[in-house]
Design a protein around this ligand. Structure first.
Ligand code: SF4
Length: 324
């Protein structure tokens, strides 16, 4: 059976996660809170039009991951490796209903908050955007295709974003084969070559790099919006050679969009990296420019200072940047 132990449950709960069933969780993103009180929206609202105040940030496998990334700001020290997951898992409907219910409870305080935008607060209780990206690796949930199909079929759902580390290409192929691709599929790319990947992602699988590259090969046929997200860690993966190698991978994988985003000196990552590893907006723009020097067919289309991110778009993609 796949289940969190009491100690881990207590730990996650103390960090404002609401656990759902035996292995899932929901949290209220700081941008959701800011949006309800009209203090800003996340870059995904700015770039793609999804609604920050109606975003359900969720994870079906909150404490299981195949990597131990240096830059991860989640409570990775409580994570477990992807072994023995083929036992009994929670039903997709139980997870979804639990997430909606727990999310509502977490938002209740905004009902009595004088700073809340009343209309937005009312809307926020019914999520229309699902960010399957909170913590852990969602592709380890054996019933992910069913989960995504059921989320997509909810009457309020407009968009579903899935973020993966690319370690489970077979599951991604299942999403494509079983008509369960999300609106936007992200693959996180932390390193431009195997040696650096092993150093920065500390993968569980010996063939972690091959798995990641296989993901970026097979997804080319997937009929959905594909995004590579590069996390720039200053002084670690952003020299000239890295820019050239990242450009080579992008060219090969042909995503519709590339997000080049600064590592944020936050949460648990502060135990592993230093403040100096967090790039400035100027650093991110400079790195994006250097990648573009080695990459044809992509152009800068947007950027966001609050999130230290630059967005590149494939010149030949059929997808407009904005979804809504
Ligand atoms: S899309 Fe991501 S950043 Fe935006 S509100 Fe949702 S979880 Fe937060």
């Amino acid at each position: 059976m796949v289940e969190l132990d009491e100690n881990t449950r207590r730990n996650f709960t103390s960090k404002h996660y609401r656990l759902v069933g035996r292995h899932s969780a929901v949290e209220i993103c700081s941008w959701t809170k800011k949006s309800i009180t009209d203090e800003g929206v996340c870059y995904k609202e700015k770039f793609y039009g999804v609604h920050s105040h109606r975003c359900a940030q969720v994870a079906p496998m909150v404490a299981w991951c195949e990597q131990n990334c240096m830059h991860c700001w989640r409570p990775m020290e409580m994570f477990r490796p992807p072994t023995n997951i083929n036992g009994e898992v929670d039903e997709p409907d139980v997870i979804i209903n639990g997430m909606i219910e727990q999310r509502k409870k977490l938002l209740l305080g905004f009902g009595g908050n004088a700073k809340s935008n009343r209309e937005k607060y009312g809307e926020s209780l019914e999520p229309d955007h699902w960010a399957i990206s909170l913590s852990g690796e969602a592709t380890l949930y054996p019933r992910l295709p069913e989960l995504i199909r059921r989320i997509t079929a909810l009457k309020n759902t407009k968009t579903v974003f899935l973020v993966t580390n690319g370690q489970e290409p077979e599951m991604l192929q299942r999403l494509a084969d079983e008509n369960a691709l999300p609106t936007q599929l992200y693959v996180s790319l932390i390193a431009p070559n195997e040696m650096l990947y092993k150093r920065l992602a500390l993968p569980f699988y010996k063939d972690g790099w091959e798995r990641l590259m296989r993901t970026l090969m097979i997804w080319r046929t997937f009929e959905t919006r594909k995004v590579i997200r590069i996390t720039q860690i200053k002084g670690m993966n952003d020299n000239e050679e890295s820019a050239r190698q990242f450009a080579g991978i992008i060219s090969h994988a042909q995503p519709d969009f590339v997000e080049i985003k600064a590592y944020m000196f936050l949460g648990y990552s502060r135990k592993r990296l230093m403040k100096e590893n967090m790039p400035s907006m100027k650093d991110v723009e400079g790195f994006a420019g250097r990648i573009l020097q080695h990459l044809s067919g992509y152009s800068t289309v947007d950027k966001d200072r609050a999130s230290l991110i630059v967005l590149l778009r494939n010149d030949t993609t059929k997808f407009p940047t904005r979804i809504l």
